[in-house]
Design a protein around this ligand. Structure first.
Ligand code: AP5
Ligand code: MG
Ligand code: ZN
Length: 219
């Protein structure tokens, strides 16, 4: 198994760029945030454990996260390629991922740090809209649907994520600084970090990542 990580603050565009890379590469998109939201929606026990943390913009306990990630990886085959989005988020999660990869003979090849200025993060999160039906992600100004409030792909209703309220957004940005930013140094020391200017368009950001993957594959 080989894996890459999309690291970046809330609103940096991890999910958006992952959807594009999913089409242009063979990487499978593994978003712990999406998995948790699905568990909340379907009323699964792990969703009940996670809900209050997510609503407050706090991190869900490492033990819960590792459980769902391991379950997901167990479903896969040895030669699968994974693209982690929003995971790991603590040094503890990163160390446990290292162990899990070592146990299975897998390896991490790149950690892409999506850099976006703070003001832009806030405006991306404030304007985000998500399709209730298929999960497609829009932005009221940057990436608007052709009809307001309606998904272009499936006609579903667009809604605003509960944790995209102004107050929760500010806390999520704070939590990123306090608990996740240290992963930048962690992966820099391992020689895996690749800085990406993600303030550009989503297509340009995806192309920049894809070019790094293409130039270094097999190296
Ligand atoms: P999660 O769902 O991972 O949220 P997040 O990290 O806060 O990131 P977002 O999904 O908000 O942002 P994104 O980078 O994906 O941006 P997007 O592409 O949508 O986690 C949610 C919660 O779950 C956490 O708070 C925590 O409670 C829990 N959790 C999840 N994983 C966990 C873990 N490992 N450990 C512990 N707890 C965990 O884009 C944002 C907006 O910008 C959109 O409107 C989009 O259309 C727009 N946009 C995107 N790219 C561009 C661009 N290039 N130009 C202009 N606009 C753009
Ligand atoms: Mg996301
Ligand atoms: Zn839809």
């Amino acid at each position: 198994m080989e894996a890459i990580i999309l690291l970046g603050a809330p609103g940096a565009g991890k999910g958006t760029v992952a959807e594009l890379l999913k089409e242009s590469t063979h990487y499978q998109h593994v978003s712990t945030g999406d998995m948790l939201r699905a568990a909340v929606k379907s009323g699964k026990p792990v969703g009940l454990e996670a809900k209050s943390y997510m609503e407050a913009g706090e991190l869900v306990p490492d033990e819960v996260i590792m459980r769902i990630v391991k379950e997901r990886l167990d479903e896969g085959a040895d030669d699968d390629l994974y693209m982690f989005d929003g995971f790991p988020r603590t040094i503890e999660q990163a160390s446990l991922l290292d162990l899990a990869l070592r146990d299975t003979g897998g390896r991490l090849t790149h950690v892409f740090m999506l850099q976006v200025p703070r003001d832009e993060l806030v405006s991306r999160l404030a304007g985000r809209r998500v399709c209730r039906n298929c999960g497609a992600v829009y932005h009221v100004k940057n990436i608007p649907p052709s009809t307001e409030g309606i998904c272009d792909t499936c006609g579903g209703e667009l809604y605003q994520r509960a944790d995209d309220s102004e107050e929760t957004v500010l806390n999520r940005l704070e939590v990123f600084k306090k608990q996740t930013e240290s992963l930048i140094d962690y992966y820099q020391e391992k020689g895996l970090l690749v800085d990406i200017d993600a303030a550009k368009s989503k297509d340009q950001t995806e192309e920049d990542i894809r070019n790094v993957l293409a130039s270094e594959s097999g190296a």
